[in-house]
Design a protein around this ligand. Structure first.
Ligand code: GDP
Ligand code: IMO
Ligand code: MG
Length: 428
């Protein structure tokens, strides 16, 4: 099973990092194809806990080559900070490959992200403030800076000058900030050139050749389906293609080569930042999910909004990604609940809606219709086969599988690499 895409099926933080890490040892390449250091993937290996932002989770697996594809936006300072920190912990980071077509996040876009959010006030999106939106906007607007531009000082200066000709008037006249200097920006970007040079590769060629050889390539999405710029809850989304199609555009591997698409979803739901979230809980149950699940952002430390599992979202994710498998994580967090509700449809102004409402306004008004399942009290963190789970937990997983319209191939019962029940091999 050579080419496998792994995506978030909800609003992010589903445990994609752990799932990637789980497969790592059997994978030759792990490719990050979208987003940047807005992502936060926690991977627990034995006593060690890693928080990865920009680097693909596969970097923790010896022998696996991590790749940053053309679809990623790179904050160079963060890249080297993360590499240095991993190197200091004994992780071999020497195999990292970076696409020279990937865009860089110039320092001024971090500023733009923060000032626009502040300016929006109550209408803010709740971004991570990492400069992601402005950098993708520059890319589409054709005023972006690419990694390859760091090797042509003349072109780099021209491009920075062009971008700042648009941004400085905004910064000064609208946002009351100081103008950004072209020279300082160019100098800052150039200071990374020689360090990144050895990592550069024609990653599209490398990945296609790897697939020709029969190597296994895992494409790991940042963010998630409901944060995808096309398929998510626009405008409360990130600015990249976080769904399975993004794996192709963000890496230069054609759709005919993709064999499998794995969606990762929590056994409940969470969201960070603003935007609609039909099953959100504002009561003690929500607080319980947050405290038991440790639901605080890996990147910004913000408390995550928590709610019940939304099978309408899961069916939608299954459709827009063409999911072949679902990985359900954090089932252990539900232990101790008497009843576990699952949202099976929405009520939109008196009408039952079994699928995603066609407009954002309708989605904002969607009220969850719940079906309740029996809970369980037994500790499931040591379960390693499906049969080890108490009958009520088994029934819950089987119900999710049926209502979500996708087979559940693995179930997470704890943060550690080992704390996983595999029902169907994800790579075979
Ligand atoms: P990602 O962004 O999708 O990689 O997910 P995050 O790392 O941001 O958030 C997932 C959190 O859940 C991390 O703290 C993981 O260590 C943790 N986690 C992943 N799977 C499980 C699981 O099955 N059970 C529990 N209790 N925690 C898990
Ligand atoms: P991982 O990969 C959860 C959210 C932000 C905000 C919106 C836009 O760890 O699942 P951005 O900075 O991207 O312009 O912010 O998207 N967001 C995430 N939420 N997990 C993430 O990544 C996220 N990356 C961005 O909170 O609502
Ligand atoms: Mg995360």
């Amino acid at each position: 099973m050579p080419a496998v895409v792994l995506v978030g099926a909800q609003w992010g933080d589903e445990g994609k990092g752990k799932a990637t890490d789980l497969l790592g040892a059997r994978v030759d390449y792990v490719v990050k194809f979208n987003g940047g250091n807005n992502a936060g993937h926690t991977v627990v290996v034995g006593e060690e806990k890693y928080a990865l932002h920009l680097l693909p989770s596969g970097i923790l697996t010896p022998g696996c080559t991590p790749v940053i594809g053309n679809g990623v936006v790179i904050d160079l300072e963060v890249l080297f900070r993360e590499l240095t920190a991993l190197d200091a912990r004994g992780v071999d980071v020497s195999r990292l490959l970076v696409s020279s077509n990937a865009h860089v996040i110039p320092p001024y876009n971090r500023t733009m992200d923060k000032v626009t959010e502040r300016f929006l006030g109550k209408r803010k999106l709740g971004t991570t403030g990492r400069g992601i939106g402005p950098t993708y906007a520059d890319k589409m607007n054709r005023v972006g800076i690419r990694v390859q531009d760091l090797f042509d000082e003349h072109i780099l200066a021209q491009k920075v000058e062009g971008a700042l000709a648009q941004k400085n008037p905004l910064l000064v006249k609208i946002y009351n900030r100081r103008a950004v200097s072209v020279e300082e920006t160019v100098e800052d970007l150039l200071s990374y050139a020689e360090r990144i040079r050895p990592m550069l590769a024609d990653t599209t060629l490398v990945l296609n050749q790897a697939l020709d050889r029969g190597d296994t390539v895992l494409f790991e999405a940042g963010q998630a389906t409901m944060l995808d710029v096309d398929h998510g809850t626009y405008p409360f989304v990130t600015s990249s293609s976080a769904t399975a199609g993004g794996a192709c555009t963000g890496s230069g591997v054609g759709p005919t080569r993709i064999d499998r698409v794995i969606g990762v979803a929590k056994a409940y739901a969470t969201r960070v930042g603003e935007g609609p979230f039909p099953t959100e809980l504002f009561d003690a149950d929500g607080d319980r999910l947050r405290s038991v699940g440790g639901e605080y952002g890996t990147t910004t430390g913000r408390p995550r909004r928590c709610g019940w599992y939304d099978a309408v979202v899961a069916r939608y994710a299954s459709r827009v990604n063409g999911l072949t498998d679902l990985v359900i994580t954090k089932l252990d967090v539900l232990t101790g609940l008497e009843r576990v509700p699952v949202c099976v449809a929405y009520d939109v102004e008196g009408e039952r809606c079994a699928e995603m409402p066609p407009t954002q306004t309708a989605f904002h008004h969607a009220r969850p219709v719940y079906e309740e399942f029996d809970g369980w009290t037994e500790d499931i963190s040591e379960a390693r086969t499906f049969e080890d789970l108490p009958p009520a937990a088994q029934r819950y997983v089987l119900a999710i599988e049926e209502i979500s319209g996708c087979r559940v191939s693995a179930v997470g019962v704890g943060p550690d690499r080992e704390a996983t029940i595999v029902r169907h091999d994800l790579l075979d």
